[in-house]
Design a protein around this ligand. Structure first.
Ligand code: SAH
Length: 257
């Protein structure tokens, strides 16, 4: 027994001697990693990102967006925080991009277009249907609105609920649920925006608008017409139609995985 213990000891000692430099290196690397790398802020907004945003705003302005507050919000919000960091290069292209659960972060121009149609004022109570990545939500919060947002995909809801406060955007309520029903418990709303393509306009959403309130909703199956409803009285709505867009579909009920 004694001899066996001695042999084990000698073997381990020899191995240690042989690889001790490697072991010290690994320990040193771990130390540096925990002291510096791990604590680096994950969400950094650098001058190069601001430069890319300036270009993006120029492009959106050239495409016809005029509302200076909307353009300022696009200029201020780091869109790259809303994409997986490996897709950084795509964050400031004027394009929709895949996010989790087979959904997309809307094209910046589309976000600006819908936001402009809402004609927001500070403190407006806004209902957003389709939280998705949270980028449109952040634009609404940046414009000093009280934002209630609903998402039917559990994975997206959980991701975005964690992300938004971490990067400084605090919504009034982020809800996991079916936007077809709106949010009767918190109605009426000054403004409602639907960020998915709706085959039909849900009556519940019209019913949850204040008088004078606006609903912006892309209506259609594969291609949608951006549609604005303005509530004129208890029973009367003015309907206006704008350009064509292509959104992911507005689906009924929640998806629980
Ligand atoms: N504004 C988001 C857009 C995401 S795409 C962004 O820029 O990231 C549209 C979103 O609407 C998707 O996340 C989709 O899951 C969600 N959606 C579709 N039908 C819905 C419904 N009935 N209720 C709530 N969200 C819905």
């Amino acid at each position: 027994m004694l001899v066996l213990s001695y042999l084990i000891y000698v073997t381990f000692f020899n191995i240690f001697q042989k690889y001790k430099n490697l072991l010290y290196f690994v320990l040193f690397y771990k130390f540096i990693y925990f002291c510096f790398v791990k604590n680096l802020p994950k969400h950094q907004d650098l001058p190069k990102h601001q430069g890319l945003r300036n270009q993006l705003v120029k492009l959106i302005r050239a495409k016809g967006i005029k509302d200076e507050n909307v353009l300022r919000a696009i200029n201020e919000i780091p869109r790259h925080f809303f994409l997986n960091s490996s897709f950084l290069d795509y964050a400031y292209k004027d394009k929709a991009f895949p996010i989790a659960a087979d959904q997309t972060i809307s094209q910046p121009y589309t976000v600006a277009y819908q936001t402009e149609l809402l004609q927001l004022s500070e403190k407006d109570k806004v209902l957003e249907i389709g939280t998705g990545s949270g980028y449109q939500t952040a634009v609404l919060i940046n414009l000093k609105c009280d934002v209630y947002s609903i998402e039917r995909q559990k994975e997206l809801f959980l991701n975005t609920k964690k992300l938004l406060p971490k990067i400084g955007f605090v919504a009034k309520k982020l809800i996991y649920g079916d936007g077809y029903k709106g949010l009767p418990d918190f109605a009426p709303f000054d403004k409602i925006v639907v960020t998915a393509g709706a085959p039909k306009v849900p009556k519940a959403l019209l019913a949850q608008l204040k008088i004078g309130g606006r609903l912006v909703i892309p209506v259609g199956d594969k291609i949608q017409v951006m549609t604005l409803f303005i509530r004129k009285s208890e029973k009367e709505f003015e309907k206006r139609e704008f350009d064509h867009f292509s959104f992911v579909p507005f689906l009924k009920d929640v998806n629980s995985y």
